[in-house]
Design a protein around this ligand. Structure first.
Ligand code: NAP
Length: 242
């Protein structure tokens, strides 16, 4: 049995490929999203309770290998997997999509974290499209700017003092992102360097409209074998599935 730590499009794709190849696969979801689209294969939902509990879970369920395909900003579950898998004697692979790269015409400002992004907002804009997700919005509460906060699920307070909430999951189109930016008179986009094609249209729209973009860099990752594509992860997982 392969365990895929999920919550991303790549995790779903990998589970689908493994399932189609007849390799038993369980996808683990954190349970943050109310109605996630279920990936093929088995599913388990909710935290494991830390690295020691995850190691126990891997042994109990006879897991042959783990693919950590969680989001580049999901730091704790990856750290947990990096500790638990060696403890349980289970091979682990990191599947992480490449980050985004600046292109001609872009006006990006890279920052190390959300707090640094919040500090730079007043210098760059007054009406901000904030797409960093519902966690970490507290970093922006003292910022005087107006925010269009876009999340998959409604966020818990605290939220920026002046804001409007828009719920959306993507994928987004260039035309749609452009229309949103124009309709709300956005003058600054704030994003994590999530990478991937599903949410990158905002970067193209900002480029076309000449807007600055605050890009939050990815956090450091635990050292482990890593690949960037589902195809590579599939080859690795099939090998370890025997
Ligand atoms: P996180 O900070 O790394 O995780 C917090 C805790 O939630 C972990 O310690 C773990 O609990 C549990 N958890 C997280 N992912 C899990 C999974 N796939 N299966 C089982 N338990 C999991 O993660 P996060 O940033 O809150 O993200 C939660 C989920 O949303 C992840 O699966 C991630 O792939 C997805 N996601 C995150 C982002 C983002 O920007 N952070 C964006 C899109 C999707 P225990 O310690 O109790 O095991």
């Amino acid at each position: 049995m392969i365990l895929v730590l999920g919550g991303t499009a790549e995790a779903r794709e990998l589970a689908a490929e493994l399932d189609a190849a007849g390799v038993p696969v369980t996808t683990s979801l954190a349970g943050r999203v109310a109605n996630p689209r279920p990936p093929p294969g088995q599913i388990r939902v909710g935290g494991f309770g830390g690295p020691a509990a995850l190691a126990g879970w891997l042994r109990e369920h006879g897991i042959g290998a783990v693919v950590d395909a969680t989001h580049p900003f999901a730091e704790r579950i990856s750290a947990s997997a990096a500790r638990a898998c060696p403890q349980a004697g289970v091979p682990v692979l990191r599947l992480e999509r490449p980050g985004w790269h600046e292109r001609p015409g872009d006006r990006w400002h890279r920052v190390p974290d959300l707090a640094a992004a919040a500090r730079l907002v007043p210098e760059l804009g007054r009406r901000v499209l904030l797409t960093t997700g519902r966690q970490g919005l507290a970093s922006f509460v003292t910022t005087d700017a107006w925010f269009l906060v876009r999340c998959v699920e409604p966020p818990d307070p605290p939220l920026p003092a002046r804001h409007e909430l828009v719920l959306g999951r993507g994928p987004y189109t260039l035309a749609g992102e452009r229309a949103l930016i124009e309709r709300f008179e956005i003058d600054l986009v704030v994003t994590k360097d999530s990478g991937g094609s599903l949410t990158e249209a905002k970067l193209g729209a900002a480029r076309e409209l000449g807007l600055p973009v605050l890009v939050v860099d990815r956090p450091p990752r635990p050292a482990m074998e890593a690949v960037t594509s589902v195809a590579e992860a599939l080859t690795w997982a099939r090998h370890h599935a025997g």
